[in-house]
Design a protein around this ligand. Sequence first.
Ligand SMILES: *Cc1c(COP(=O)(O)O)cnc(C)c1O
Length: 396
Amino acid sequence: MLRFCYICTLCGREYTIEPELMLCPNCKKAQIQGEPLRGLLEVSIKGDLPKNWDSFDLLPVPREFFPKIPVGNTPLWSPERLRKITGYENLYLKDDTGEPTFSYKDRASFLVAAFCKQHGITEVAVASTGNAAASMAGIGAGSGLSVTIFVPCSAPKAKLVQCLQYGARVFPVAGNYDDAFALSLEYTSVTKSLSRNTAYNPLTIEGKKTAAIEIYCQLKKAPDFVFIPTGDGVILAGIYKGFRDLKQFGLIDRIPRIVAVQSDGSPNLFNAIESGNFSNHLPSKTVADSISVDVPSCGYLAVQNLREYDGICITVPDESILEAQLELSSTVGLFCEPAAAAAYAGFLTAKNHFYIDNKASVVLIITGSGLKDIDAASKIIPKLPEPVNCLDDIEL
Ligand SMILES: *Cc1c(COP(=O)(O)O)cnc(C)c1O
């Protein structure tokens, strides 16, 4: 049997997992406004892995509390044509566009929903710019939770429509994500709701580790490289956690080389790695809204992981992201949102800048569906021709 507790990613103190506990009570005192969260907690696992284990065994909520919603176990594509084009014969796409709400965020919402069931919590609140809100709304709907959402007014329309379709209460906030975040925390402090704010709730990191475990099971080994589109850095921290768990149990002997990919219009993790601090962040502007973040909430942990495991952070311009999106659609048949396409754009950039053997196994995490942002996807597609009446109107 495995036992679970929280451990502070800064000071290493251990805590019992409880609904009220979000950040390390000690380290959060040093929080500076406008910087990444201090005192993020991670789940620590003790004990031995059961013989016929699956990924539920590695999660800190017993499996009977999970809603019967098909989250995770997503396909790993072997994209033949893309392999030919790039010359990488072991290139794979971990495709999370087909999650129940069409993004990777469902992995975190799923664990949060199970935790609520376990603890008798009936309401979840989340501040989000889009996918996390849509995800919690959808997974919450399927689990019978009430979901309250605080979004900046600028959130993309399809993601808002999703939230409302799923029946969540949605409050647009006059201000940016930071304002929505602050208001949502005030809300959770005066109600009986649980916060699903990304990174802040440790289960959001833990839930996002499952793709690493699935990739290991699908490949029967750890890949050499994993490319992850990165905004707040929670997917990055989650995937590192998954591989670290596998290493802890002796299933793999090394952590893959992980490449965090940012848009050069939202390069705040990249800049912090170069400059050593997060204080001079720039306002973000990118077509990839899901990785548009001014202050990455998981920034310190992301830097810590990248340093320890020789990870890499790179940026790609928006034009490359849109070209990568179109190429994935038209040569693979996988239509993803711009943030997700950044993983492929990042791979194309990285393979020219540092050595990646063309036999290396490379996994790109495709994090969200293209249908979530039709405006972005419309930017570089051909115009429709004039309406036709008969074949004479068509050049044969
Ligand atoms: C949230 C999200 C990301 C980035 O995840 P972070 O944890 O913020 O780094 C990438 N792609 C999609 C589609 C997302 O929704």
